[in-house]
Write a protein that binds this ligand. Structure first.
Ligand code: ARG
Length: 461
């Protein structure tokens, strides 16, 4: 079996070695980036005179053919193709003949794979960013449609104060805005070409890494060849950013699971975005929402696994780095699918405004408003808290009607009892960023503007 290192070795690799070290099954998806990288490298060799024009053209033509074969599925892989880089170079040489042997001039698989992975990550982070914005759009649309609908806001999953449904939905929207920001920021930082770093130290040949970086559309070029071939910070960063998206989807999912339960009854899932039970005819299950919770565990595993792989690696390239790809690919795939699924889930879920209002209008939901009413009349807050707390206790222990207790109380009275009316408490939060109609209307405006600006920032191409 012929290898890239056959000159130095008397014997070929053991079968077990190849079985254990091969990365082709998963890194073949890097092929468009590998071919783009090779095209730019060959053009670069031509510009500095290391290849004749005719040689450049011959290798480029062979690369075009390899590209077509890989695209249409006619490319035949051989058992000796350890990874996508080996396979492409082997096939280029078969097609172009001996000149194919010049493709790898001044290059190592170490700078090659780092280049491929950066190009790939740049493209895929852009796709995730586009999907994220669509989920934000759905949250905005649902918030606009929700109007003045309100539900209990919770702390400790205990009813706390009513808030508008729009407020609740946009809370998730802002989390996704931060995710988008982080992903675009990581993308900007990874936009650096490692090509020309060679195996670790650069080259004695007159390469021009800057022009090759330009050709590949990178914003910058490496400053240190050791760093260029061994840096996987960008994989770690993107994995963290994707994991946090996953955690945010998981939190949305958990609320949908709760809201769709008969106990809450705040929403009904669309048939197309829920599943039935094989045994229980009445069931409608929130599987997408549950899987966003489940898959977030796997995303956290991808991130921690990669960090453990990187920890303790000496400079520069080590084969351990090959373990960067599967966690990254898996996280990108899962988040891309998850965002589409959650987009559809949120777009089609029917919110039950009546059930939400009924839960929010429980008399105790206005307890804080009663205390604030006393504060407005000059009572110190601690005292107000104790007065209302005592009334709530009486209401719960003795079953006395809270509105009647309030109306009869010397410090409160009938005007305070009106605070217990349906929807009253939901309208009383007026401060910036709060959950009442005034601040929520401002917030919707700000979210809309932010989303429009974010759309402008989305990478094209
Ligand atoms: N498949 C390898 C990887 O993903 C490519 C680089 C191999 N380099 C080496 N020196 N063996 O990291």
């Amino acid at each position: 079996m012929s290898t890239l290192w056959h000159g130095r070795f008397e014997r070929g690799p053991a079968e077990e070695l190849l079985a254990y070290t091969v990365s082709l099954p998963y890194d073949q998806r890097l092929f468009p980036d590998d071919i783009d990288g090779s095209r730019a490298h060959v053009r670069g060799l031509g510009r500095v005179g290391l290849l004749e024009d005719a040689e450049v053209q011959e290798i480029l033509a062979a690369l075009d053919r390899v590209d077509a074969e890989l695209t249409d599925g006619t490319f035949e892989f051989l058992p000796s193709d350890e990874d996508i880089h080996t396979a492409v170079e082997r096939r280029v040489t078969e097609i172009a003949g001996p000149v194919g042997g010049k493709l790898h001039t001044g290059r190592s698989r170490n700078d090659q794979v780092a280049t491929d992975l950066r190009l790939f990550t740049k493209r895929h982070v852009a796709l995730v960013a586009h999907r994220l914005v669509e989920v934000q759009q759905v949250l905005l649309t649902r918030a606009e449609e929700a109007g003045d609908a309100y539900l209990p806001g919770y702390t400790h999953l205990q009813r706390a104060q009513p808030v508008l449904l729009a407020h609740h939905l946009l809370a998730h929207g802002w989390a996704l805005s931060r995710d988008l920001d982080r992903l675009l920021d990581a993308r900007r930082r990874l936009d650096v070409s490692p090509l020309g770093a060679g195996a670790l130290a650069g080259s004695s040949l007159p390469l021009d890494p800057e022009s090759v970086a330009d050709d590949l559309g990178f914003a910058g070029v490496f400053d240190n060849s050791l760093d260029a071939v061994s840096d996987r910070d960008f994989v770690a960063e993107v994995l963290f950013d994707l994991t946090l998206v996953g955690v945010h989807l998981s939190r949305i999912g958990e609320e949908i699971v709760l809201w769709a339960s008969e106990e809450f009854g705040f929403c009904r899932l669309d048939d197309a975005y829920s599943t039935g039970s094989s045994m229980l005819p009445q069931k409608k299950n929130p599987d997408i929402a549950e899987l966003t919770r489940g898959k977030s565990g796997r995303l956290i595993g991808n991130l921690t696994g990669l960090l453990a792989t990187l920890k303790g690696l000496p400079l520069a390239y080590n084969r351990d780095l090959q373990e960067d790809k599967e966690p990254l690919f898996d996280a990108l795939d899962q988040i891309t699918l998850g965002l589409s699924a959650v987009e559809g889930l949120l777009a089609t879920t029917r919110f039950d405004h009546t059930a939400m209002a009924a839960a929010a209008d429980a008399p105790t939901s206005s307890a804080t408003d009663l205390a604030e009413h006393l504060v407005a009349g000059g009572t110190p807050f601690r005292e107000a808290h104790a007065i209302v707390g005592a009334l709530v206790r009486q209401h719960l222990d003795e079953g006395a009607d809270l509105a009647a207790l309030v109306a009869e109380h010397p410090d409160l009275g009938p005007s305070a009892a009106e605070l217990l009316g349906p929807g009253v408490a939901a309208r009383r939060r007026t401060t910036r960023g709060g959950g009442g109609p005034g601040p929520v209307a401002d917030q919707v405006e700000r979210f809309r503007a932010r989303l429009a600006a974010d759309r402008e920032r989305l990478p094209t191409g």
